[in-house]
Ligand binder design. Structure first.
Ligand code: ADE
Length: 377
């Protein structure tokens, strides 16, 4: 008999090597909060990777010590992170405090990504976005982009709102200096640097602001992280800009594996009721509660829409309810965002095919975007 998907993660083991002593963790300000869980910044003394120093980390915990479902989701998330191991585009686990679990306290310690989640970051930087897409959806050539304004060098803002500490006594290496550097200096696919033929002045300016290049690079990295999840037979189940974190050097990382599942059998999985991110869900998840890597691909399409609208809420002006589901069933889909290159409009359309089998795979998506980035250089 096939196990209900809710129970499958219980098969994954917890390895004591991840245990971190509670007393070596100093909790700080809140970084984010969901329905059941919250994430705080913390200082960890001598944790994985920095044995003799204090390291800034993020700690995930549940809000209510009596919410058993929330506790189970957090245990499941920890086991998934242990099982996943390390990948550049997946937030990495550093440790866990499980000793007080019977009292309802469980801490999951993950790497700290100082620019916070993409949804906040994008909407915050919307007004200073450098658009490299013309009115026809084509990428502007390098010569067209000379008009980009020169930017003041004094921009040393803090990007994660939670970085606003009253007195910043962190070591210089951990203090926010400037937004991550764009284009050539940023994360690149193993092929050629993105936009290496751009004039240096442009690269300099791009370094202060987000541009179309960043959005493309992030799309690529997210597809690559998801490709890794598929290779490990893990469903994310809640892929959205709010669940992708921005770290140094323009690296983005998949996070929030509270809804993630390890699939032990091929095929699709049914999920019980609960709070669901309707606007990110595939049509078959909405109508039949079926989840698969193909439904993650649908969510990836919605995430692309969020990226290229700089963090707008999907299906603007529509409530996440029965009416929306009906419209989607009738074939309604969102338009290509103004700032999205045509290729990304096509990708969104394909991710939102009603038949899950017609959607691209994450490997194909990674490949298509990588090719596009190479063509641009
Ligand atoms: N918000 C949620 N998780 C985070 C993390 N790991 N780093 C920074 N901000 C976060």
């Amino acid at each position: 008999r096939q196990l209900p998907i809710e129970e499958q993660t219980e098969l994954l083991p917890y390895d004591k090597q991840w245990e971190f002593p509670r007393y070596r963790l100093k909790l700080g300000t809140q970084l984010g909060a969901g329905c059941f869980g919250r994430v705080v910044r913390a200082e960890a003394m001598g944790i994985k990777g920095s044995e003799d120093t204090i390291k800034t980390v993020a700690v995930k915990m549940i809000r209510s010590h009596t919410n058993m479902a929330a506790m189970e989701a957090l245990v499941s998330e920890m086991k998934i992170l242990i099982y996943l191991g390390s990948h550049l585009n997946v937030v990495s686990l550093l440790g866990a405090c499980t000793k007080q679990m019977s009292k309802g306290e469980l801490f999951i310690i993950v790497e700290y990504c100082r620019f916070g989640n993409l949804q906040n970051y994008l909407s915050k930087h919307r007004n200073s976005f450098i658009n490299l897409v013309d009115g026809f959806g084509n990428m502007k050539s390098a010569s067209d982009t000379k008009e980009i304004p020169y930017v003041s060098e004094h921009q040393t803002e803090r990007d994660n709102p939670c970085d606003e500490l009253p007195s910043d006594r962190r070591p210089a290496s951990e203090r926010p200096e400037e937004p991550p550097v764009a284009s050539a200096n940023r994360y690149q696919p193993p092929t050629q640097p993105l936009y290496q033929n751009q004039p240096p002045a442009l690269n300099y300016v791009l370094g202060r602001y987000i541009s179309t290049c960043d959005l493309i690079s992030w799309s690529f990295q997210i597809a690559r992280g998801m490709e890794y999840l598929v290779s490990k037979q893990v469903l994310h189940g809640d892929l959205a800009a709010r669940n992708v974190l921005l770290a140094d050097d323009g690296v983005v990382k998949l996070a929030d594996f509270g809804m993630a599942k390890k699939m032990y059998y091929e095929g699709n999985y049914e999920r019980k009721e609960g709070l669901m991110p309707v606007k990110w869900m595939a049509i078959e998840s909405l109508t039949d509660r079926i989840f698969s890597s193909e439904s993650d691909v649908w969510s990836y399409g919605v995430l692309l829409w969020e990226l290229f609208t700089l963090g707008k809420v999907p299906y603007p002006g529509m409530d996440a309810g029965h009416q929306l589901i009906k419209e989607i069933q009738k074939g309604y889909r969102m338009e290509k965002p103004e700032y999205a290159p045509n290729l990304f409009g096509e990708i969104m359309t394909n991710c939102w095919k009603s038949d899950p089998k017609e959607r691209p795979t994450f490997s194909q998506l990674r490949e298509i975007i990588s090719q596009h980035m190479t063509d641009l250089t």
